[in-house]
Design a protein around this ligand. Structure first.
Ligand code: ZN
Length: 259
């Protein structure tokens, strides 16, 4: 769509399906006006999702992370970062600033809700209070939902950063991802069978696989780093012994246990 603070804001194609769905739902209950309201609410809601992602992105940029794009999908937003700092305090701040934006929005909307009558009269806008109240409620839910300790959601990242202050990065990721997978699996079952909400269940299954994928990515990166380090250590050792043979050193075999 456009750039904010040098970050490209993009919409996934499926986003238009979501807009069409909500327009249809609104139209069923209130005709054209209902459809317009429904679409307006969704746009306001995803505006808050963008602000949440900007909270992460702008903090990350302060830590030297490049953020080329924020992608909006029907299940939420995603700020694409070229790397996530290994320093636990950096990851902690970058993560916390997302939900913090939502809670800040709630705090800013509270006085408006309390004085809804006053605003409605001046703006000649009947449902003004209701819209603001809905938006505040959505932001409160967004902030709290993202703080669930399910890696790679914000709460899970906070858990990883806290664990990483006491153990190696890989091990911290393993434990955050494993406990996250157990919780995501349990939440998915509860959503499917207790609340009968298949979409929410599918979201938790998606989070389950995303957590597993990110852990494996960290594992591969650690193995590659260990391989490189060992390879160059052997090269340096050969040079130190002044070996003039043309053969390169034998490639090392690195095995990293997951914990
Ligand atoms: Zn977030």
């Amino acid at each position: 769509m456009f750039r904010v603070f040098g970050i490209q804001l993009s919409l996934h194609v499926s986003f238009f399906l979501l807009l069409a769905y909500f327009a249809f739902e609104g139209w069923k209950t209130g005709g054209v006006e209902g459809a317009a309201w429904s679409v307006l609410l969704i746009i306001l809601f995803f505006g808050c999702v963008v602000l949440h992602e900007l909270g992460h992105s702008l903090t990350a940029m302060r830590y030297g992370v490049r953020v080329p794009r924020i992608l909006l999908m029907p299940i939420g937003g995603m700020a694409e970062m070229d790397h996530i700092p290994r320093k636990p305090s950096a990851e902690l701040w970058i993560t916390i600033m997302g939900p913090a934006v939502n809670f800040a929005i709630v705090l800013m909307l509270l006085p408006v809700i309390w004085n809804a009558q006053w605003f409605s009269q001046r703006l000649h806008f009947q449902d003004f209070g209701a819209v603001v109240a809905l938006l505040a409620q959505a932001n409160l839910l967004m902030g709290l939902f993202n703080l669930l300790p399910v890696f790679p959601m914000d709460g899970g990242r906070i858990l990883r950063a806290l664990l990483a202050t006491r153990m190696p990065h890989l091990r911290a990721t393993y434990w955050a991802a494993t406990s996250g997978k157990v919780l995501a699996g349990a939440f998915a079952l509860i959503a499917f069978f207790y609340f009968n909400k298949p979409l929410l269940g599918a979201l938790f299954l998606f989070i389950f696989y995303a957590g597993d994928a990110e852990y494996r990515q960290v594992l591969i990166r650690e193995r590659e780093a260990a391989y490189q380090a060992e390879f160059w250590r052997r090269v340096a050792a050969m040079r130190a012994r002044d070996v003039t043979e043309n053969e390169p050193p034998e490639p090392p075999i690195i095995m990293l246990p997951p914990r």
